[in-house]
Design a protein around this ligand. Structure first.
Ligand code: FAD
Length: 396
């Protein structure tokens, strides 16, 4: 059949790319993954809320169980982070995993033989029935189908559609605190719940995540994010300039932060937040800062190239389903190709018509959430519009 002779190049070997690669290989395609990073990726220890799509590949196609990769919480708590007043609570329970736990299992399943590190996509040329890829090293590859899963700063999307991400007007500080670094009362406050700390001009979130140690043992730790509104221009440039004077485009990692910036982070915490939040922030090892940006796309397919996950619509984090969207794009792609029989182009058209409305509706959802969360709006406990996950879209 077609599958065995069809060569697929997947660009970007993260959640979306690896889910697509595993599914396409299982379906009989000749799959190679080209990843920019020189070695295995690291999620810097931050957490991801489990959505069904996110973990579906690992649960259905490997021996991994949900318990292996995630920890649960039993409620959601909404508090005023400056006064400590409880705004509301619901008994929604969620599970949380970590980027590293997912990535390492996906990589282990796919193997390293056809996972090529140090392949930074520089040029993609679609010829209608074949695609040529050129990497920064000068190496090239040809494929019948290219899955561009190269994330929010996608080089493929920039070349094919001219779309680049746009700064959303705020940044997030992230960190991870060990439970035993916290007092019993602070530990009890945050553990077993997803906490929203609401402010007039921003918000915090905190939730437990699994951390795997060198012996493979999993322990719980607490992950937090604190979103600051920062106007584009001098204020943002100053924040994103590292200790060597280099203006970083996306993140300033902990060891690159200027000391005065870290001091400002801690003093702003003391001025603005209750002692419970301050303790959590202080207990976290190695906080770091990342800009929030998003991108919308008019299409997800150009000839024999498809864009999936963050490389298509780049959302913002607030509905906790960015990785799930990437994985869902991959599952839908393989289903469309399988259903499509010999009509590869028809299958891609069908797939795009199905997935583009999902991505765009998700972007609208997270933008709406941000408008409320970052600007002191009424973020109502349990409001279904703000529930984590992908929106349900009825295909038109
Ligand atoms: P991404 O996960 O962004 O992956 C894109 C991949 O493409 C990366 O491996 C990147 O190295 C590679 N790449 C980029 N450019 C090129 C190029 N030119 N050529 C070749 N390869 C390229 N979200 C959370 O909510 N919590 C987290 O803790 C978290 N941690 C993350 C850690 C990492 C290392 C990454 C990459 C993303 C993380 N995210 C996290 C973002 C979130 O997971 C995304 O919504 C989700 O990962 C989208 O998946 P994706 O596969 O579409 O894109």
């Amino acid at each position: 059949g077609r599958a065995t002779s069809t060569r697929v190049a997947v660009v970007g070997g993260s959640i979306g790319g690896m889910t697509a690669a595993g599914l396409l290989r299982d379906a009989g395609y000749q799959v190679d993954v080209y990843e920019r990073s020189p070695g295995p990726l690291s999620g810097l220890g931050t957490g991801i809320v489990v959505q069904p799509e996110l973990v579906r590949f690992l649960l259905e196609r490997t021996t991994t169980t949900l318990e292996d990769i995630s920890v649960p919480s039993s409620s959601m708590k909404y508090v005023d982070a400056s006064s400590g007043a409880l705004i509301g609570a619901t008994d929604d329970s969620w599970r949380f995993t970590s980027y590293n736990a997912l990535y390492h299992r996906l990589l282990e399943n796919f193997g390293l033989e056809r996972y090529h590190f140090s392949c930074n996509l520089e040029q993609v040329v679609d010829h209608g029935d074949q695609v040529d890829l050129t990497f920064s090293s000068g190496e090239t590859a040809q494929a019948d189908l290219v899955v561009l899963a190269d994330g929010g700063a996608s080089a493929g999307r920039r070349q094919l559609l001219g779309v680049t991400p746009e700064y959303a007007g705020y940044v997030t500080w992230r960190g991870l605190a060990e439970l035993d670094a916290l007092s019993a009362s602070t530990r009890d406050y945050f553990d077993d719940t997803f906490t929203y700390g609401l402010l007039d001009d921003g918000h915090l979130i905190a939730y437990p995540i699994p951390v795997v140690d060198a012996e493979g043992q999993t322990r719980r730790a607490l992950n937090y994010q604190w979103y600051w509104n920062v106007p584009a221009g001098p204020a943002l440039d100053e924040l994103m300039t590292d200790r060597n004077g280099v203006r970083r485009p996306t993140s300033v990692h902990h060891h690159d932060l200027r000391p005065e910036l870290l001091a400002e982070f801690h003093s702003r915490a003391s001025e603005r937040l209750t002692d419970t939040f301050v303790e959590l922030l202080h207990a976290a090892r190695e906080p770091f800062v990342t800009v929030i940006a998003d991108a919308d796309v008019p299409q997800m397919r150009v000839g024999r190239c498809v864009l999936i996950g963050d490389a298509a619509v780049t959302p913002r984090p607030h509905a906790a389903a960015g990785g799930a969207k990437a994985a869902a794009d991959a599952w839908a792609l393989v289903a469309a190709l399988t259903d499509g029989g010999d009509d590869l182009d028809g299958a891609l058209t069908k797939w795009e018509a199905q997935q583009l409305p999902v991505g765009r509706a998700y972007l609208q959802k997270v933008r709406r959430m941000a408008d409320v969360l970052q600007h002191g709006g009424r973020f109502t406990p349990g409001d279904p519009a703000n529930r984590f996950g992908l929106p349900t879209v009825v295909a038109g």
